[in-house]
Design a protein around this ligand. Structure first.
Ligand SMILES: [Zn+2]
Ligand SMILES: [Zn+2]
Length: 338
């Protein structure tokens, strides 16, 4: 008897987990009430947008199986990461955001309203916060340990959206929330932007199985497209450490980190370190282990400290292999060829 109840509970939580992953719980509640007019409200519209990415992810997986390009390795590791982050990461990030809003709101010089032009202002501010977090994630070795999990996959598909070290969300949200609250965004506006950003930020990981050309036509000239984000995930010398923005790529253009996808350069996904992208432990902790080794072997306290705060590729002997140097060398070679 008890055994049966236990099975029922397991099945029920499994069912809730699937409904949760698909993001259809809200829409499901509205459908059950039979009052479809609720779909025209803000909450109703959001309830319909939530399931888009999970459903696309499944469609992409099916297309992959049909094309016989299942990228099984990527899906497997990202699924494990999803489960792990689901348990730990989310709660820390929510607690951090709530705390920062309470602590910082009184320091904002003014409060932005909830109108379309303040939304644009808010989004530009949010992108600035995102740029800072993401840039530091690539340029400070310690933060790269948190961010590299996201760059480990060697194929692009929507499951890469979930490939994040569990401490990265709290770290990213702390920076982005601080910038936005100090710039006068009300929490409601911040949450609306977080929702748009989360949905679009997932979509830009759409793989070639679902959308072959990620440029999206003329949109490529106006906003950041899947094509730009594919470039960001590439380890080709030309593409390394470019396109840090998410939806509006103004800050990449301002700070000179913008890079378009070149027709004649095929994207190679992944990071430059020798690693096993099918191994959860390597994807998750590999960079931390590599940093610990470098710190351990470095001579003197100063060098040990520099390994932690300098960009990945920095070396105490002076033989640096940072993205900046690799990219500059690439441009020099191209100039010689021409
Ligand atoms: Zn990145
Ligand atoms: Zn990404």
């Amino acid at each position: 008897m008890h055994y049966n109840r236990y099975i029922m509970e397991v099945l029920e939580s499994f069912y809730n987990e699937i409904i949760g992953f698909l993001g259809i719980s809200q829409a499901w509640e509205i459908l059950k009430t039979g009052d479809y007019s609720a779909f025209t409200t803000y909450d109703g519209i959001v309830s319909l947008i939530y399931p888009i990415i999970p459903l696309l992810l499944i469609l992409e997986l099916i297309l992959g199986l049909i094309y016989k390009k299942p990228h099984a390795k990527v899906y497997k590791v990202n699924f494990l990461i999803y489960l792990f982050n689901r348990v730990v990461g989310r709660f820390v990030a929510i607690a951090m955001t709530t705390f920062l809003i309470g602590a910082l709101q009184k320091y904002a010089p003014f409060q932005a309203g909830i109108t379309w032009y303040w939304l644009i202002y808010g989004y530009i501010v949010w992108e600035f916060g995102h740029f800072i977090y993401h840039y530091l994630g690539h340029k400070i070795r310690l933060f790269w340990c948190l961010h590299s999990t996201h760059h480990a996959p060697e194929n692009m598909n929507l499951s890469v959206t979930h490939a994040h070290f569990f401490l990265e969300a709290p770290y990213a949200d702390s920076i982005r929330t601080t910038v936005c609250i100090l710039a006068g965004l009300k929490p409601e506006l911040l949450f609306l932007i977080m929702f748009i950003d989360g949905t679009y930020g997932a979509f830009i990981h759409v793989g070639e199985n679902l959308i072959k050309d990620g440029r999206l036509g003329f949109l490529n000239n106006i906003i950041l497209t899947p094509s730009h984000h594919r470039v960001h995930h590439a380890r080709n010398p030309l593409y390394m450490d470019t396109n840090f923005c998410n939806l509006l790529n103004i800050w990449d253009k301002v700070f000179g980190t913008f890079q378009d996808e070149q027709h004649d350069i095929e994207i190679q996904y992944g990071i430059t370190r020798e690693m096993d992208s099918g191994n959860f432990l390597d994807v998750y902790f590999g960079e931390i282990v590599a940093l610990a080794k470098d710190v351990f072997h470095a001579p003197g306290f100063k060098n040990k400290l520099l390994y932690i705060v300098m960009p990945p590729g920095w070396h105490h002997t002076g033989h640096h292999q940072t993205a900046k140097i690799v990219r500059t060398d690439y441009f020099k070679q191209q100039a010689i060829k021409e």
